[in-house]
Design a protein around this ligand. Structure first.
Ligand code: ZN
Length: 278
């Protein structure tokens, strides 16, 4: 009852800037730190118009760890020109991550409507291989984030934990691992065993939390806060930690409903929900 914060251990709590997207980066960092949050994942749109080195220094001055930069990827494309443009954009993200001091970039790997998913997966592998030398030079890692299959048309052809593990195995670089996001993977029948497999490879690079609401009324922007949905968060966290993951639990919520509320109250609600359900 005499603890500095009214909630239980927040040492692994990280928040994605998109979660409180109306706050400019500096405001988000200050408010997160005051609420006892320890980590921040910076979305690239929050960095727009800023010098990433200065932005990184300012965030660290608040006592926050920069967990990752969100996001790169979108390697699939109908034409070689589009695929080259994606590779260039990812090189820009790597430079931004290095300047910001973010050790990791989360990849939404890409898909294009009408193209076979197997072809997109091949393009994704080629795209990651193309930017690996830049990652090595910058000392920046990449996390392949499998996306729920409802996004397989246009956002990612990597939809299960097994596919992400297979891709990492094929690329075989210590810099390429997986971001486990409960929103995308909670339904995966092989989740427990594939998390264990990912852990054996030393490739669980990030863990993202939120919840799945019933009914979900918007495919993109109706994520729930932890405890509002059907995901067994403690179970999945236990699997991830049993597989050796020691990093942050990153709260990543896109929600028109929650963006519409008072964001200071929302931040308190995030901290409470984290304490109770993650
Ligand atoms: Zn995520």
């Amino acid at each position: 009852m005499f603890s500095a914060f009214p909630f239980q251990n927040l040492s692994k709590l990280c928040i994605h800037t998109i979660t409180t997207k109306s706050w400019p980066l500096e405001v988000a960092a200050e408010k997160y730190a005051k609420a006892g949050v320890k980590g921040i994942t910076v979305w690239r749109d929050a960095l727009a118009g800023r010098n990433p080195e200065q932005a990184g220094a300012r965030i660290r001055d608040q006592g926050l760890s920069i967990v990752s930069l969100c996001r790169g990827g979108f390697f699939a494309g109908y034409s070689a020109t589009e695929r080259r443009a994606a590779i260039d954009d990812n090189r820009g993200a790597i430079a931004e991550a290095k300047a910001l001091g973010a050790p990791l970039i989360v990849l939404v790997c890409g898909a294009v409507p009408g193209q076979k998913l197997s072809e997109s997966r091949k393009q994704i592998q080629d795209g990651i291989a193309a930017i690996l030398p830049d990652c090595i030079a910058a000392g920046v890692k990449l996390a392949v984030e499998p996306l729920h299959p409802m996004y397989a048309d246009s956002r990612s052809a990597i939809n299960t934990m097994a596919q992400a593990n297979d891709l990492c195995e094929a690329i075989a670089s210590p810099l390429v691992g997986v971001a486990v996001d409960v929103y995308h993977l909670w339904w995966d029948p092989l989740l427990e065993q594939e998390i264990a497999r990912c852990g054996r490879m030393g490739k669980i690079f990030a863990y993202h939390v939120c919840d799945w609401r019933t009914p979900t009324i918007d495919f993109l922007n109706d994520r729930g806060l932890m405890g509002e949905g059907c995901i067994h968060l403690r179970q999945i966290r236990a699997w991830v930690e049993a597989a050796g993951f020691k990093g942050f639990n990153e709260v990543e919520v896109f929600s028109n409903r929650l963006w519409a509320m008072n964001q200071d109250e929302y931040l308190q609600q995030i901290v409470r929900s984290y304490s109770e359900f993650v």
